[in-house]
Ligand binder design. Structure first.
Ligand code: XIL
Length: 447
């Protein structure tokens, strides 16, 4: 029998998600039976949360709150807990909009991430022109007052946001707060701990996702220093605002793992990825898998619900379209959450099948093998012929380091050609993944 198949498929982590190269379409299949059908329920299977940023002025929109209540179990106020919102005049605190978000979340059984106690941006006017001891004291008072007001209601606080410089310096960003002295960050953390000992205290930043970036290294050294000196820090937030100029790094898992190894939780705190269709879906899948692969990655928050709710709406960077429909990216995240259970118990084998576009009479089925922090195994079973040639293509920075039950050769770094070696029609291989957990593309033809 000859199977005719339209294209060689790029095989994803989940059997129900096949990104067809020709159609570039993500087939949005329903989750397998037994799999969770919302982001929160799927994340909870591995003890994680799935959150979103919420804007108080949208809580009256029933489409918005419908999705919020259904899909998410963690909430971050998009703007309402920032310094300008909570202390518009010095010493006068204003919590109305923040409370609307906190109360809505808690009434629905959701938890809250606090964002953000100290930041160079979105400061109230009175603070923007302050300096020296007066500013330091005003900042510490702000941290104390706000963290005390919300004591017991916050899962994790972004105590300090965006304090490192972009570019190659790896040092601190210049700001009025930084000019009060390099110890302003640890002073803020100590004040927050005293005010709410039950909240996890996070440092949060952007462009810290790629392990090789100087900014990532700078934050890493600060966290390492804080841990060594007993400064109270519990977590590091990775904002994860991605676009073509700032793509999802292939070493994201390495970054998250290295920070976690310092003894802090890691969280993806403001995820959005500009783009559309299968490309966007694959990138969302990669970020989700990077978190799932790190035991101390405790959850993911997306920065808004529908594309039209986004702070950069023109980039359509979220999981729901403007009408509230689930996008391909939604399905890829849900499926990745359903497939992943973390590092301690790797997902068991899931399979998918691809065949030769030329109708060469064979089918190659890839299935997942064991996973480790730096590599994973896969195997391919061929049916339809005993006289096959299978091509296995991996994506950078992956490389195949071992094979068994096949006679294989490499045409280039990424493409392996495998033939029978007398061991039957199932062969296997080991891929060093370099942080890229994507499955390889496989296709077969009759020799
Ligand atoms: C953004 C909000 O989404 C916008 O509504 C607001 O105008 C500006 O701030 N990093 C952060 C978030 O930590 O607080 C920012 O949120 C996005 C970048």
């Amino acid at each position: 029998m000859t199977l005719t198949v339209k294209s060689v498929a790029r095989v994803s982590l989940v059997s129900t998600l096949v990104l067809a190269a020709a159609g570039a379409a993500v087939l949005a299949a329903s989750p397998a039976s037994g799999a969770a059908s919302t982001l929160a329920a799927a994340a909870q299977q591995s003890g994680r949360y799935f959150g979103t940023a919420v804007a108080a002025n949208k809580l009256g929109d029933s489409t918005y709150t419908g999705i919020l209540n259904r899909e998410f179990d963690m909430v971050t106020a998009e703007n309402e807990m920032k310094m300008d919102a909570t202390e518009p005049n010095q010493g006068q605190f204003s919590y109305g909009n923040a409370d609307r978000i906190v109360n809505q979340a808690r009434n629905q059984g959701k938890r809250v991430r606090g964002h953000a106690l100290a930041w160079h941006s979105q400061q109230p006017g009175w603070m923007q022109n302050m300096s020296g001891t007066a500013l330091r004291n005003a900042m510490l008072n702000h941290v104390t007052q706000v963290a005390t007001y919300y004591r017991g209601k916050i899962y994790a606080w972004d105590v300090v946001n965006e304090a490192f410089a972009d570019g190659s310096s790896g040092g601190r960003r210049d700001s009025n707060l930084q000019r009060t002295g390099n110890d302003w960050i640890e002073a803020a953390f100590r004040a927050a701990r005293a005010a709410d000992p039950g909240a996890k205290l996070c440092y949060n930043d952007y462009n810290t996702d790629n392990w090789s970036h100087a900014k990532t290294q700078g934050v890493y050294r600060m966290v390492q220093d804080f841990k060594s000196r007993g400064v109270p820090i519990d977590c590091v937030g990775f904002q994860a605002h991605f676009n073509s100029g700032n793509p999802v790094p292939s070493n994201y898992h390495t970054t998250l793992q290295n920070f976690a190894a310092l003894g802090v939780d890691v969280q993806i705190t403001e995820l959005d990825i500009e783009g559309s269709g299968s490309t966007q879906a694959q990138q969302y899948q990669g970020v989700t898998q990077a978190c799932l692969a790190v035991a101390r990655c405790t959850g993911i928050t997306v920065w808004g619900i529908r594309d039209t709710d986004s702070w950069r709406a023109s980039g359509t960077p979220l999981l729901f379209d403007g009408s509230g429909n689930k996008k391909a990216a939604y399905t890829s995240v849900l499926n990745a959450l359903n497939a992943g259970t973390g590092t301690t118990t790797p997902p068991t084998s899931t399979t998918t099948t691809t065949s030769n576009p030329g109708g060469g009479g064979c089918t190659a089925t890839y299935s997942e093998g064991e996973k480790w922090s730096d590599r994973f195994n896969g195997q391919v079973t061929v049916s339809g012929t005993d006289n096959w040639i299978v091509t296995v293509t991996v994506s950078s920075p992956q490389r195949i380091i071992a094979t068994w039950n096949t006679s294989a050769s490499w045409d280039s770094a990424n493409v392996m050609t495998a033939r029978p070696n007398g061991s039957g029609n199932t062969f296997g291989f080991t891929i060093m993944h370099g942080g890229n957990w994507n499955w390889p593309t496989v296709s077969c033809r009759v020799a």
